[in-house]
Design a protein around this ligand. Sequence first.
Ligand code: C2E
Ligand code: MG
Ligand code: MG
Ligand code: MG
Length: 290
Amino acid sequence: INNVTAVISLFVVLALMQADFAARHALEREMRKSLARGDFRLYYQPQIDNSGNVFGVEALLRWQHPQQGMISPQTFIGLAEETGLILPLGEWVIKTACAQLVAWADNPAVAHLTMSVNISASQFRQPDFVQLVTEIVRRSAVRPAKLKLELTEGVLVRDIDGVANRMHALRRLGISWSIDDFGTGFSSLNVLKRLPFDQIKIDQTFVRDVLRDERDQGIVRAVIDLGRSLGMTLIAEGVETEEQREWLGACGCEAYQGYLFSKPVPADDLVAWISSRSGRLELRPVHAAG
Ligand code: C2E
Ligand code: MG
Ligand code: MG
Ligand code: MG
């Protein structure tokens, strides 16, 4: 009986693996087709400083599936990384973001914006990553100082010297670096010490309950102090209420991104939104906490 059970279990497991494999394979095929067909989009989420000015945006990838509608990156970025599709997809993202910056350069409402672009670990680890970005920047004729690249801590745990070299190479062009989802991964303070980051993004998991949770408050205060002592700018992600923003601002946070201001939206909607609020100072002034 035991043997029979074992054999049946094995078949069930194999069947499930097969089904999972088939589903993932189908999704991968769909992604390839969509990339060729132009079904991917960049949405843009505004970044706001303490004066209420929109100074930048983060480009966030969306998959406009012909049948299934809009698919969030959470469902496909992981698979794109495993299959290597992140490389052409990530290249498309950088090119599209640069083209958007160039297109905005003629529009006074948005000409000043910086653009943050998410870079996945495998993309960053490609031997020709620096060359690829350099080429794209050169061909698009974008001002490199407008470009901010976001890395998550996962990229940073191995080969810190190699990582630093790449970062420095692109920094010499004028591109800046931001550490995304800070505090959620495995990196150590050594990473901040040795890598030339310009900005820390405070992860939304610390922001969400920051008005209630004393531990989150302690972490956020410490991250802000740490970043400021190292000469980095700080931006908080996932800011949904004015109370959160005020609390963060009182602790020394300098910039915010979140639904309080806007979801990620298509380029046209972003331009309309910025134009409609220009000249209005919507934030209450922040008083630094002692
Ligand atoms: P991320 O880079 O940390 O982006 C922030 C995520 O938080 C975005 O999710 C954004 O829509 C969401 N968000 C913004 N404000 C709020 C808020 O107030 N409340 C809440 N609950 N969420 C908020 P999204 O667009 O689904 O992207 C998820 C992740 O997918 C990104 O996290 C990033 O890691 C990855 N991703 C997105 N686009 C790209 C891309 O072009 N390349 C790569 N490699 N990864 C990307
Ligand atoms: Mg990001
Ligand atoms: Mg993040
Ligand atoms: Mg994230």
